[in-house]
Each structure stands twice: as C-alpha cells, then as structure tokens.
Design a binder for this molecule. Structure first.
Ligand SMILES: C[S@@+](CC[C@H](N)C(=O)[O-])C[C@H]1O[C@@H](n2cnc3c(N)ncnc32)[C@H](O)[C@@H]1O
Length: 166
C-alpha cells in the first residue's frame, strides 16, 4: 500500500511529481540526465524493489548526482551522453526530463537501438515541445498518457509514449 501523496517524497514539486505519477511501475528504469537525482530517489522510494539507472552526461554532474542519491539502494549511476551508457542493460523504461525538445530528439535518434528495447519512454521537455511531439508522431511512437503540470506559473507538457514496434 503506497503512503499518502507527499508523505515519502515531500520535496518533489509538481513538475517532477507528474513524472513520478506517469511512470509505470516495474523496471528496471533509467532516469537520463538525472542531475540532483530527485526523481530517481522518488522512484525507488515509491517502489523499493525497483532498479534505477540514473545517468549524467559527464563526470562533473555525475559526481553531483552521486552526492544527491548517496548510497540509495536500487540506484546505479552511469556516465555518458544520452542513451549510450544504457547500452547492454536490460531496461523496461526511461525518463528524459528537464532538457530541450531538440536535445531529447537527438538523444532518442542517437539511441534508437536502446529505445527499441524499451516498453515506454517518459518525456518532459523544457521547451521545443512542438518539435518533439512532431518527431514522435513522425517516428510512430504511441501516446499512452499525458499530463500538464504547472510549476512556478509555467506548464510542463509531459508524455508517456511507447516506441514503435520493430
Ligand atoms: C535541467 S537538468 C534536469 C534534471 C532532471 N532530469 C529534472 O528534470 O529535474 C538537465 C540535466 O541533463 C543533463 N544532460 C544534458 N544533456 C544530456 C545528455 N545528452 N545526456 C545525458 N544527460 C544530459 C545535464 O547535465 C543536466 O544535469
């Protein structure tokens, strides 16, 4: 039985809270460009048996991330750009949040081999939403769920999509 909202991950603000709420349960999952690691932490707190791979593109931010998640059980840190550090890892889904739509498109396109092995991808661009959504439609990703959290007077369109089969 999950605890009441806000009881276990009290510092998750609406933008990341929407990611947590849209992320399907079950894993392993990746949080790409995890930064502070707040979402990765919330995912394992919600589901203690979950395996999460939290990534950062470079060593500096990865050191911050390591400090952020400390030695939290279930979280493995991987360093490298985009989906590259996820190659060869069995994963069910991936979150890419807090980057521009153009960057997210580049990450998905460069990591097509990784994307094809995923059941879902959760995307939350900071800008460039139309560009991202057009690309997703063109590449036949299927929309499974969407949310529009508001934080600090800004709306953050968030989508859960399934990659095209085969
Ligand atoms: C604004 S933060 C967002 C952090 C968190 N995902 C969130 O939504 O709050 C963006 C993070 O993505 C990382 N990043 C940017 N480009 C990346 C890439 N190509 N691959 C992996 N991480 C990347 C940055 O280092 C930064 O830590």
């Amino acid at each position: 039985m999950p605890p009441a909202a806000g009881a276990v991950w009290p510092r998750l603000r609406p933008r990341l809270r929407a990611c947590l709420d849209l992320a399907p349960r079950g894993g392993p999952v990746a949080d790409v460009g995890s930064a502070h690691g707040r979402l990765a932490l919330a995912l394992v707190r919600r589901e203690p048996s979950l395996a999460v791979v939290a990534t950062e593109a470079r060593a500096g931010p990865a050191a911050e991330l390591r400090r952020g998640v400390a030695a939290s059980a279930g979280i493995v840190i991987a360093v490298g750009p985009g989906l590259a550090p996820l190659r060869g890892r069995p994963l069910r889904g991936a979150v890419i949040a807090g980057m521009g739509g153009r960057t997210i498109v580049a990450i998905l396109a460069d990591g097509d081999d990784v994307v094809q092995g995923l059941s879902w991808v959760l995307l939350q661009p900071m800008q460039g939403t139309d560009l991202l959504h057009t690309w997703l439609r063109r590449h036949r990703f299927r929309l499974r769920a969407a949310a529009r959290p508001v934080e600090g007077g800004r709306t953050y369109p968030t989508v859960l999509v399934a990659p095209p089969c085969g």
